[in-house]
Write a protein that binds this ligand. Structure first.
Ligand code: HEC
Ligand code: HEC
Ligand code: HEC
Length: 436
């Protein structure tokens, strides 16, 4: 947090400089709209058919981008905004992107929409915050952007004004984004790598662009910009979740998985040694489960090929001592009482119902925050067409004391061949209090 304050102060000082730099920022990020192609003359029927096809394609692509997940409030009308998004610089309340003229994007045209997706700029010219992941969507082609727009235009218009964002000074000063963009934003449509297969390129396009996996799986600096290795893992801003590295074999790299297991994880949230949970379960149920078999396979092909890197932070397994041994024994007793019925005496789980804890990297991550959360608050694997009523994990926040949660998790992290650092009651307490 201290770093945030220091940077806030520095940035406040830079505001005036930022204004001076504005023309430079403008030219650096190249806000000039690209030349529009003149529309070819077509007969009415062909145009109508093409419009319908574009809408269908757009509906599919909007799901691949999970636009609805962020642009729909809890129990709200689809795409009408009002979803609350906590970040390190404040709370965003997402806008209405239904075609309502007053409160949505009813007055927008394709070009305006492209400018938002590709340049991160609203119709009135103001710059958009990267809480809208245009830093990833910039990779989307013009054709796909137009298709998404055609789909959004076909939705029922919902009149719903959303509340302003709750962002603190100096971040609420939008022109600062000129500076932010000059430092952190590179726009540009995905460029295919000619040395790779079409399938790999399709996967890369989806992962880097609409899938915006980067938004969670790459660590961010306090100004919300990606830093460090791409997909190298990081704590999600404003939340108590860690999105593991997709490039480290100790975390969530799939380099040594068969392609069909990766595809299965993406489309169902379950694989033999992993289950998705929390925000990742939402990504699967809202977005990835709807991918076509070909697209899921393409994504899997790309993910499997990612070059290996070191984990974001390495866990240290405990040295065995009489004291550690005593703690692990206490943990194993708690496990027998509360956990074994579902997760099994060898941590093997039950296929399709309860995930294994043995050999499950989600459990041995250097950062135990996800596992602590699962134990305190319980959770569900994603709801998908293949698994409409997933089994749940009950919450233990009222059942086990901090000390007991720490003991049982320390045991799980070091039983059945697992190796992970011991968890302390202080870490559990921090999770209960929502401290990051
Ligand atoms: C992670 C959450 C998130 C996702 C996913 C997301 N958005 Fe947004 N979007 C936002 C936020 C937050 C804003 C407001 C940004 C601002 O005010 O600067 C926004 C703004 C927009 C705007 C600008 C609206 C305006 O009035 O200026 C458009 C258009 C938009 N999003 C479309 C989309 C589309 C299309 C998708 C899917 C491809 C999408 N969004 C996915 C969070 C998201
Ligand atoms: C909203 C944030 C978010 C986005 C977007 C996101 N992830 Fe995740 N992901 C997480 C979190 C948090 C976890 C850790 C919890 C878990 O294991 O399910 C995770 C876990 C994973 C895992 C490991 C699952 C396991 O248990 O071993 C894989 C693989 C993965 N994500 C792939 C992806 C891919 C591919 C994308 C883009 C299509 C993506 N994620 C987008 C947050 C996100
Ligand atoms: C009623 C059955 C049940 C019981 C009892 C149970 N669990 Fe679970 N557990 C589940 C299910 C189902 C999931 C998958 C939920 C999800 O994906 O969010 C899960 C998930 C987990 C995870 C997350 C795994 C991952 O890959 O992210 C951990 C850690 C965990 N359980 C530990 C425990 C511990 C420790 C206990 C005992 C204190 C326990 N569970 C008791 C059913 C159970």
């Amino acid at each position: 947090m201290k770093l945030v304050v220091v940077i806030a102060v520095v940035l406040a000082g830079l505001i005036s400089l930022g204004l001076v730099l504005t023309p430079l920022g403008l030219s650096l990020v190249g806000l000039q709209p690209p030349d529009a192609e003149p529309p070819a003359a077509k007969t009415g029927n062909v145009v109508a058919l093409q419009a319908r096809q574009a809408q269908q394609m757009g509906a599919y692509l909007a799901q691949a981008g999970n636009c609805m997940g962020c642009h729909t409030a809890q129990n709200g009308q689809p795409y009408a905004g009002g979803h609350i998004l906590a970040t390190s610089i404040g709370t965003f309340i997402t806008p209405n992107i239904t075609p309502d003229h007053e409160t949505g994007i009813g007055l927008w045209n394709e070009q305006d929409f492209w400018r938002a997706m590709h340049h991160g700029q609203s119709r009135d010219g103001s710059l958009l915050y990267p809480a809208f992941p245009y830093t990833d969507y910039t990779k989307v082609t013009r054709e796909d952007s137009d298709a998404i727009f055609a789909y959004l235009r076909s939705l029922p218009a919902v009149k719903q004004r959303t509340a302003p964002h709750l962002i603190s000074f100096p971040f609420n000063f939008r022109p600062l984004l000129y500076l932010w963009r000059a430092l952190f934003f590179t726009e540009g449509v995905y460029q295919a790598d000619a040395s790779r297969s079409d399938e790999w390129n399709r996967g890369a396009y989806l992962v880097q662009g609409l899938g915006h996996c980067n938004a969670c799986h790459t660590s961010r600096n306090p100004l919300g910009a990606s830093q460090g290795d791409r997909l190298g893992g990081g704590q999600i801003m404003g939340s108590n979740w860690y999105a593991p590295s997709l490039t480290s074999l100790q975390e969530a790299s799939t380099a040594d998985w068969p392609i069909q297991d990766i595809t299965q994880l993406l489309r169902t949230g379950f694989a033999s040694r992993a289950v998705t949970t929390g925000p990742m379960a939402d990504v699967v149920s809202q977005s990835l489960q709807h991918l076509t078999g070909d697209d899921a396979r393409a994504m899997a092909t790309y993910l499997q090929s990612l070059p290996e890197s070191a984990p974001y932070s390495r866990g240290i397994a405990p040295e065995l001592s009489a004291e550690v041994d005593r703690q692990l024994r206490q943990g194993s007793e708690i496990y027998e009482t509360y956990c074994e019925d579902c997760h099994g005496s060898l941590g093997q789980g039950a296929p399709g119902a309860y995930p294994p804890l043995a050999g499950n990297r989600g459990v041995t991550l250097a950062s135990p925050i996800n596992a602590i959360r699962s134990i305190l608050h319980g959770g569900y694997a994603p709801v998908t067409a293949a698994n409409p009523r997933p089994y749940g994990m009950p919450p233990f926040a009222q059942v086990l004391r901090d000390e007991e949660v720490a003991l049982v998790l320390s045991y799980v992290r070091n039983a059945w061949g697992n190796r992970g650092s011991l968890v302390s009651a202080v870490q559990v307490d921090r999770s209960r209090k929502g401290v990051q």
